[in-house]
Design a protein around this ligand. Structure first.
Ligand code: FE2
Length: 440
């Protein structure tokens, strides 16, 4: 009996007709992508996948695959990276009430009420549903914050269980995040350390929400100490406020410079940086370049939450993404919230995030738009410290996505569907792009 191969047709109209089977000689590869357009190659290539890894890349591979996907010259990319999301609160919008002021701080109050009713099953079910929503849209690397301000650490324990449950198809990092502040309650400091003992990957913080500036400075030092002691990465919610006097970013930069660990440290949000006067911002940028910190901006959320106390002109409330990128610093983008007390919208689609960044950060030039695509792919991988085998290259794990787009610009412009997701060398999802028939 000849081996059989499955061929994915670009023009298929339904899932039922998505595949045809053809008799072929013995296949060489488990999976073959035909005519995939990579961003760093002038012409499409074939990609052979074997035993979960990329085995060959060439303009025309003579071998066949047990399964084949015809990319037909469309864009193939490494997976999207979600570098900042809160899976513990995802899909709770309206519970127990809606955020009518639209502010970050009403969101924290509502979440404070909702989290009194968390159960492990509740957290796990919503987190896995959100991860599946993201994975079908090409996200295979996720960093999620887990609120460790409640005494039973249910959010954290739930997400650690989810991390193991999805390990075969998605890489999940969990940040121990003291949402209510490290020093706002006597037990919060111990809860953060307990979260690290339980296995959180990253130490988080929220210095601008501590009771005093001194507490905020002290919290940054404590977070860096814990990261050293438990050998963990750092990702701090930093200066997520319109207050131009909120200046914990300089505290983080100083700590990273002195400990020479900036590549392992991320400053998330840093929206106050958008309000600093230019003289201070210019000085700070030099320190940031010395520190080599990573940055994460969340343009969907911060264009929504920030500027709420402004009249007009209203600030955009997003950090200086373009200037950080131009300064050579690593910047990635996060969705932050999906249907939760801070943001009742949200699709989990990283192209929505990049699309908003292009607009809010005014990154509409050719290289700038490409950079925004990098911020939801390669630069996110750098933030998560998983960039070493992330790229589409021979020998790397076969994690890649096929977009219904010819290039990164079109993908962002149309927020194109992800036609196929390959994880660990296996097809994980397939999507048939929406089609309209003109009947007039
Ligand atoms: Fe956040």
């Amino acid at each position: 009996m000849p081996a059989r191969a499955t061929v994915l047709l670009k023009s298929s109209r339904s899932l039922q007709s998505f595949f045809i089977e053809t008799a072929m000689t013995a296949p060489t590869y488990n999976l073959m992508l035909r005519q995939a357009q990579l961003r760093d190659r002038p012409e499409p290539v074939d990609i052979g996948i074997e035993a979960g890894r990329i085995a060959a890349i060439a303009p025309r591979l003579p071998q066949t695959g047990q399964q084949e996907i015809d990319a037909a010259g469309q864009l193939v990319s490494p997976p999207f990276v979600e570098s900042h999301i809160h899976l513990d609160s995802a899909l709770t919008a309206g519970e127990p009430r809606w955020n009518e002021s639209g502010t970050l701080f009403e969101g924290i109050q509502i979440w404070g009420e909702r989290k009194q009713h968390l159960t492990l099953e509740d957290v796990k079910a919503r987190a896995i549903a959100t991860l599946k929503l993201q994975a079908q849209q090409g996200v295979l690397y996720v960093r999620s914050h887990a609120d460790v301000s409640e005494p039973d650490l249910i959010a954290l324990k739930g997400l650690l269980e989810v991390r193991e449950a999805v390990r075969d198809w998605l890489t999940l990092q969990v940040v121990a995040f003291p949402q209510d502040g490290l020093y706002s309650q006597p037990h919060n400091d111990a809860l953060l350390e307990e979260a690290l003992k339980l296995g959180a990957d990253v130490v988080g913080g929220i210095p601008h929400y501590e009771l005093t500036r001194e507490d905020g400075v002290r919290s940054v030092a404590r977070i860096f100490d814990l990261a050293d002691r438990y050998d963990r990465l750092i990702d701090i919610h930093c200066d997520e406020i319109d207050d131009e006097q909120s200046r914990f970013l300089e505290v983080m930069a100083a700590a990273a410079i002195r400990r020479d660990n900036g590549a392992r440290v991320t400053a998330s949000h840093t929206t106050a940086f958008g309000s600093y006067n230019n003289a201070y911002a210019y000085k700070l940028m030099g320190f940031l370049q010395r520190s080599r910190l990573n940055f994460i901006a969340n343009p969907l959320i911060n264009i929504t939450l920030q500027g709420r106390t402004d009249t007009y002109p209203k600030r955009r409330g997003v950090t200086r993404v373009k200037e950080l990128w131009q300064a050579g610093l690593n910047v990635s983008l996060g969705h932050d919230c999906v249907q939760d007390p801070w943001y009742r919208f949200g699709t989990g689609n990283m192209l929505d995030v990049a699309h908003m960044a292009v607009h809010v950060c005014q990154m509409t030039g050719g290289a700038e738009t490409e950079a925004c695509f990098d911020m939801v792919t390669h630069q996110g991988a750098q933030t998560l410290h998983c960039a070493s085998d992330y790229a589409i290259a021979v020998g790397n794990p076969a994690n890649l996505i096929l977009l219904d787009a010819s290039d990164a610009h079109e993908a962002i412009r149309r927020r194109s569907a992800v036609r196929a997701v390959v994880s660990r060398g296996k097809r994980l999802t397939q999507t048939v792009p929406a089609r309209t028939d003109w009947l007039g």
